[in-house]
Design a protein around this ligand. Sequence first.
Ligand code: SF4
Ligand code: FES
Length: 255
Amino acid sequence: MAEKFINVTLKIWRQKNAQDAGKMVDYPLKNVSTDSSFLEMLDVLNEELVAKGEEPVAFDHDCREGICGMCSLYINGEAHGPDRAVTTCQLHMRMFKDGETITIEPFRATAFPVIKDLIVDRDSFDRIMQKGGFVSVNTSGNTQDANALPIRKEDADNAFDAATCIGCGGCVATCKNASAMLFVSAKVAQFSLLPQGKVEAQERVKNMLHQMDVEGFGNCTNTGACEVECPKGISLDNIARFNREYMKAAVLGSE
Ligand code: SF4
Ligand code: FES
């Protein structure tokens, strides 16, 4: 597709700090290359704001190639914007029309408080991971070679797919209940499908679910919106796997 240049109006959430009430502010931006990425477009806006002596818009980013899960914008009412299976940093301006108004907000959830402008605090995800998103390994030097453990191809593939969750929080921002179930279920499924994850399976599923509640995430009501907006295509099948793991832990735990 040939490069074009478009004019857009950005409606951006500006909030000085966690205490500030915040408000939407309009920024007209001219001659935006359709070949530029969404974050490059914001870089251009920020250069203009700095040149005018105004405060640049704060937004999260790191790798800018869909790996780290840092970018987190809610664009025109969708987590990571109108494209599918991409993060905000992989979104391109060719997805927008000349003259379009683009609304940009932070990911909104009680468990993701706004730090500044478009940056939210996602430490709640880290605290959930600290409750079980790991395998305790024997590092004594006597550990078995991983390839010595036969694993069904289907299980290995499903575990790998679950492990592609980058912890961006798009599922939470999308969910009307602000539930973190797609994220937590991907982490639980990743381990439950492999022999290494079975040892701590009961504690993991119970502790991670408990921490999700403690952090103030909502309950899952199976709307499925999270799967649609997830940039990594994490499947709802993982929520079914999570529920089976939880039932198993509840039954075995009461014996
Ligand atoms: S499940 Fe998808 S949307 Fe949710 S944190 Fe993982 S990658 Fe992001
Ligand atoms: S900046 Fe790393 S995934 Fe977008």
